[in-house]
Design a protein around this ligand. Structure first.
Ligand SMILES: Cc1ncc(C[n+]2csc(CCOP(=O)(O)OP(=O)(O)O)c2C)c(N)n1
Ligand SMILES: [Mg+2]
Length: 475
């Protein structure tokens, strides 16, 4: 059966790109995800992966020629390749027992699969007032003892198996969502560009697991993982990426602005650092209303150089506002490495200049992140916030789908890939006898099946109408 691959809209403008060279030979067996062709856009040289598994029969564009988005570029013989219509190649065998089932099989539910750690806390709440110096000192002393110190990963034995499985499943769900969306983009099914978070799942899941009902997060242009970690469904997120009326922002937000206020997520803010003053404002509202809620404000290393960061963090500091400032330090702001733009790249050190507590955590260790966020939330709920958490992590993809990511040195990349957050928690589950590889494969298979069903649904969703143009527009 002949199947064609078309040129995706890599520039989000529909403009032409130039084919530089083919990375597979005619007659070669190509798998979905294998590098297929190198192209040059107005901004960069990038490799495009094949979206098809099959034998490469013909290419329709010669090196040096230009090609427009949507034009056929290659033809494959895909007979016998079961995953040709958008399926995934890496399903586990399934059928094995999951020792501790994550949550009643309900991967389609709106609520997160784990029992969240925060949201109540046993410590007495300091009523809507600034704690005295001795109160603050004793609170910090207590929390410092509780903090994971030299070895950041707490003993997994402290946690219920179901909780650990929930964290694992949610991270796998984010990874599969991102990998799947990458192909939808390459296939031309999805408009616009995307900023993905493969490799950073531990930060989103660890932080959100420590939050409770009524708590909020703010996010960035790289918000898919934050959304899934905060309990948005795969469906409402995917429909939003398809621009559908049934998406979490009724198709008006798109990839860079996903959120759902009912689930504690302000739609993503694509202005670098823009979420910081907003989080301070929300936390001020909580404080003035006497509520015990916390705002976790996600931003990247690039944001700390923005004026908005200074203004928001300083305001939160002087008014003891309940904000966890969560810096996902993935070592790069777009293509620029942090040490090229900061004399002191230890971002948590900045906390001292605002008189607040800062902590650097291994962001690829989801349990270390959870513990740090849980303690920070406790401090915030007790009037001792804000806290600056620096979570060290790494993105496995380019900054956006237009970025080939050639600037990440191979050795650095490989070292971080060995510290993958999902693999690490999976190994821990196996070491503790809570799972075996087959059980982990089964989690992945369930997540993938759910995602595939959601894609089919997404293709059938209604788009907003012209009449909807001015609804939900506030300013
Ligand atoms: C105020 C502002 N300046 C520049 C940009 C363009 N821009 C978008 S993302 C980005 C890099 C952000 O890096 P970082 O904060 O480290 O986040 P990451 O992409 O690593 O998640 C830049 C410069 C922007 N969106 N807003
Ligand atoms: Mg960054």
């Amino acid at each position: 059966m002949d199947v064609t691959m078309r040129m995706p809209d890599v520039d989000s403008t529909g403009s032409e790109v130039r084919v530089l060279r083919w990375l597979a030979e005619i007659g070669a067996a190509v798998k979905r995800g294998d590098p297929l062709v190198e192209v040059e856009t107005g901004k960069a040289v990038m490799e495009l992966e094949s979206v098809i598994t099959g034998i490469l029969r013909a290419v329709s564009v010669e090196p040096g020629q230009r090609v427009a988005a949507g034009q056929v570029i290659a033809t494959f013989d895909a007979a016998g390749a079961p995953d040709v219509a958008g399926g995934m190649t890496h399903l586990g065998s399934g059928g094995a027992n999951i020792v501790s089932p994550p949550h009643g099989g309900g991967s389609n539910t709106n609520s997160p699969p784990y029992e969240r750690g925060g949201g109540g806390g046993s410590a007495p709440y300091v009523e809507n007032r600034t704690p005295t110096a001795p109160e603050r000192a004793s609170f910090f002393a207590r929390n410092r003892q509780a903090q994971p110190s030299a070895s950041p990963s707490p003993e997994a034995g402290h946690y219920e198996g179901a909780f650990l499985f929930g964290l694992y499943e949610r991270m796998v769900s984010i990874r599969e969502f991102e990998d799947g969306v990458k192909f939808l983009f390459l296939e031309g099914s999805m408009p616009g560009t995307i900023h993905q978070c493969q490799g950073q799942e531990g930060t989103a899941v660890g932080v959100c697991a420590a939050l409770g009902a009524g708590d909020f997060i703010t996010s960035t242009f790289r918000g898919h993982g934050h959304a899934l970690a905060q309990g948005l469904t795969v469906e409402e997120l995917l429909f939003e990426l398809f621009g559908a009326d049934t998406g979490c922002c009724r198709g008006k937000g798109g990839s860079m602005h996903v959120g759902n206020m009912d689930k504690g997520m302000v739609p993503g803010i694509a202005i670098v650092g823009g979420g910081v003053p907003l989080a301070a404002g929300m936390a001020l509202a909580f404080k003035m209303q006497g509520k015990r809620h916390v705002v976790a404000c996600f931003f990247g290393d690039g944001a700390v150089a923005e004026g908005a960061f200074h203004e928001g963090v300083n305001l939160a500091a002087i008014w003891d506002l309940p904000v966890i400032f969560v810096c996902e330090n993935n070592l790069y702001g777009a293509s620029t490495r942090v040490d090229r733009v900061m004399r002191n790249p230890r971002i948590s050190d900045r906390a001292a200049s605002y008189g607040i507590r800062g902590q650097t955590v291994d962001g690829n260790d989801v349990l270390a992140v959870y513990e740090a966020a849980r303690i920070a939330a406790d401090e915030c709920r007790n009037g001792c916030g804000p806290v600056l958490l620096e979570l060290l992590t790494y993105r496995r993809t380019g900054h956006s789908r237009r970025d080939a990511c050639h600037y990440q040195p191979l050795e650095e990349r490989e070292a971080w890939l060995r510290r993958d957050p999902i693999d690490r928690l999976g190994e821990l589950l196996c070491e503790r006898g809570l799972a075996d590889q087959a059980a982990l494969d089964q989690v992945r298979a369930r997540v993938v099946a759910h995602f595939q069903a959601a894609i089919e649904e997404a293709r059938r969703q209604p788009l907003p109408t012209v009449d909807d143009l001015t609804t939900d527009v506030l300013a």
